[in-house]
Write a protein that binds this ligand. Structure first.
Ligand code: SAM
Length: 290
């Protein structure tokens, strides 16, 4: 039974408020799921991993993930999709669907429970065609609230993908780019044109894979301090760091003069802006400030 047939049979209406643009051609989810693995699925192998999928929709990507990984845990906010998923995923015994808002889920207890497998703990990764209205908050929640993902592979709007993978001193580089660098490295896998979705969105998409550092590159404390500096640095993009960092409380440098001196010492000029600094430089700056 095709997903379209099931959606029609259940009288399902796409909900704009949930960012519902479903993939229509199975070749795309198959490529996304392949992007999460390091082997050819035609070899009949499955990777020993738990995959967290956010927003399974009618299950087109969920099925491809279930063919390649030990277990799939799919979190879907729209209760209308739950009976549809039960039918479309009926052939798989390694998928669990839960009806929840991913922004309200407590990741640690949920994943600790589902990653148990035959007395072992499975590595955990994320794969999702993300609802566009919450791309950045979802990514930040995943990175901030669960330190144990191997990778996060997500389809996002093309411009967002450019931001996630940007280099310093480019127009696309922003707070989210620098913040991702605290946890891992982002790389674009491939583009997907708008015609592959129903309903067709206004813009094209890209699939991005964030490979998390293992072991972690920075300590919890470094991440906390640096995140504050990144937030302040990009709060007013056009302003220099001397100006934006004045608003940061609790630092050793709280006057214009002392910040000017620090910027000149660290970066060779007093007029340096946040968009010019790599994640590593933000970490060094946070170490000096706090
Ligand atoms: N994975 C499906 C596909 O590729 O065809 C659907 C992707 S669609 C872009 C986004 C999905 O995320 C929808 O099923 C939507 O209902 C779900 N969703 C939206 N907001 C959510 C949230 N806060 N928590 C969990 N799921 C959410």
């Amino acid at each position: 039974m095709s997903d379209n047939y099931l959606l029609e049979k259940h009288g399902f209406k796409m909900q704009k408020k949930y960012g519902q643009n479903f993939l229509t051609d199975v070749r795309i989810p198959s490529r996304i799921a392949d992007g999460c693995t390091d082997f050819d699925v035609s070899e009949g192998k499955t990777a020993k991993s738990l995959i967290l999928e956010i927003g399974p929709g009618a299950g087109i990507l969920t099925k491809e993930l279930a063919k390649r990984f030990t277990k799939v845990l799919a979190v879907e906010i729209d209760e209308e999709l739950i009976p549809i998923l039960a039918e479309s995923l009926a052939d798989f015994d390694n998928i669990t669907v839960i009806n929840q808002d991913v922004m309200k889920v407590e990741l640690e207890p949920l994943l600790s429970q589902y990653r148990q497998f035959n007395g072992e703990l499975l590595p955990v990764s994320v794969c999702a065609n993300l609802p566009y209205y919450i791309t950045t908050p979802v990514l930040m929640k995943l990175l901030e609230q669960y330190g144990q993902f191997s990778f996060i592979t997500v389809m996002v709007q093309k411009e967002v993908a450019r931001r996630l993978c940007a280099k310093p001193s480019t127009e696309e580089y922003g707070a989210i780019t620098a913040a991702i660098g605290l946890y891992g490295k982002a790389a674009k896998l491939f583009d997907v044109s708008a015609g592959n979705f129903n309903p067709k969105p206004k813009v094209d998409s890209s699939v991005v894979k964030i490979s998390l550092y293992s072991p972690e590159k920075y300590t919890k404390q470094q991440i906390e301090k640096t995140s504050k500096v990144i937030k302040a640095a990009f709060s007013m993009r056009r302003k220099t760091l001397v100006n934006t960092l004045m608003s940061l409380g609790g630092t050793k440098y709280n006057t214009k003069e002392s910040l000017t001196e620090l910027m000149t010492e660290m970066f060779g000029k007093a007029t340096v802006r946040g968009e010019e600094l790599s994640t590593e430089q933000f970490v060094e700056l946070a170490e000096r400030l706090f």
